[in-house]
Design a protein around this ligand. Sequence first.
Ligand SMILES: *Cc1c(COP(=O)(O)O)cnc(C)c1O
Length: 381
Amino acid sequence: MPEQKNIPFNRPAVTGHEESYLLEVLRRRKFSGGGEFSRRCGSWLRQRFEVPAALVTTSGTHALEMAALLCRLEPGDEVILPSFGFSSTATAFVRCGARLVFVDVRASTMNIDPEAVAAAIGPRTRVIVALHYAGVPCDMDALNQLARSHDLVVVEDAAQAIFSKYGERLCGTLGDYGCFSFHETKNLQCGEGGALLVSSADQVGRAEVIWEKGTDRARFFRGEIDKYTWRDIGSSYVASELTAAFLLAQLERGRELTEARLRIWDAYRQRLDPLVDGGRLEVARVPEGSTHNGHIFWVKVKDLAERTAFLSYLADQGVHAVFHYLPLHSSPAGVRFGRFHGEDRVTTRDSERLVRLPLFDGLEEVECVADAIEGFYRNVE
Ligand SMILES: *Cc1c(COP(=O)(O)O)cnc(C)c1O
């Protein structure tokens, strides 16, 4: 009997420099935010993304909450977002009293459909959320055009899209606010962490106040004022120095981590090509002019029944594939806080067909996963 494989879905990346940076923090005895590593992460992100401010946060969820607060929403204001998405994205806006207007996605990317957005815009609409699913950029020209003509704010949920590009421009810099996640399931990780990119210099001051528990402490630390005070609402969104030290090691190896994932993504794409051509599987189509970051390799099978059989067959072969998301609009909170606008042509149908294959830095078993998938289809009518 050949040895049973055990291929995990994810294994968080470690670059090797985390340890020495963390030891440096221990030696310096400065643990809260605002230290040397926090500063270096902020300036690394600011320079790489060419934005006036990059604030390292305790999570991607918190970066989204900060963006929502920066939108200055009032009760009854509406936020348009894809139903195929993550709870944090929705919750961030509900906390500000907004009503959620869920719309459909395009099947080729599972990203928000600008035509559905256009149809959903009403007198109370304030924000469009562009969630770059699987690190593949949304159709930002169309979304930004809608935002300009209706005076709306664009928040990018770029949690999965660090280093992805739309044309020559990086995701996270394409709207008003860009939100990254460095959760351990993401391409670059520090356990729990995130960052908020602010595109307009006008908003930097308020963003820093929200970040620092509603105070102007960030300015005080820079020596711009001689005492700090309570200015506005905010919360404890600043990441600790330990988090920043770990994160800096990952940022500095960001290119290599991304390239490693893209090689695995491309290997899956090539190996599964016959099944795609044969009409068994669908895979993401990366729009012309865009590049992605290899965050997720998804396939779509025929339907829910086939997916259940597919996942259990792979599990028997020691391959841990997973699915997500359950549509937000039909979840208990989604029903309470929002509504779906337009026709649900893709979201529900395709969320029942989608499977994520194992993908992480150091994965060597692409062939085994592909063999298992081929094995499954040899037994299917
Ligand atoms: C991971 C993720 C988040 C939340 O990030 P955390 O750092 O886990 O809080 C939000 N949106 C999307 C699309 C994500 O993938």
